[in-house]
Write a protein that binds this ligand. Sequence first.
Ligand code: DX5
Ligand code: ZN
Length: 219
Amino acid sequence: MKKIQISPSILSADFSQLGNEIKRLEESGADMIHVDVMDGHFVPNLTIGPPVIEALKKQSSIPFDVHLMISPVHKYIQDYASAGADIITIHPEATEDLNSSITKIKKLNKKVGVSLNPQTKIDAITEYLDKIDLVLIMSVNPGFGGQKFMPEVLDKIKDLNKIKEKKNFNFDIEIDGGINFDNSKKAIQAGANILVSGTTIFKSNNGDIKKNIELLKSK
Ligand code: DX5
Ligand code: ZN
């Protein structure tokens, strides 16, 4: 079993203090920084892009876990790699050719993630599981922080974990959306090893990020 890692989503951070927020996350034990990139087209919300990521990257030494909710994604992959993304995660629905987008990310020497929306089945990516580094299971419909966790995705994590063990694959299983101190344990038991969290990390326990990271890691 892989070590449990926490990837706080800066979507819930104070946007007027992003550089300081990133430093605070690193000092509080975050394993990586989850950056939600939204285009107002693939999802009905708009966030940040490469220039902001490039500026923030200078404030941190932990990996940037960049979740691209943009379509068409392929032509922008290079920009996010250059901006400093360490993991680039894309949605199958956002590219005309998933295989070539995966190949492009790998050629840029970045870790490649593929994300499954709550309604998207594992079948959409089965043929690529031997070459990707991470599967991001969405436990809300992408677009906004602070939504309610969808427990039905836990079965998908269990099924994915079974395939992983049977075939001896090495990808990480990351879960994203509505994670709290209760469902985090269920997600870990189902087989997730990276937990994304925005609201719980930044808002619980009066914003005690260190405590919230520790609580999310506990099984
Ligand atoms: C949703 C994003 C998530 C989300 C996490 O589209 O991908 O990363 O912001 O935030 P919480 O933990 O608040 O659901
Ligand atoms: Zn995300």
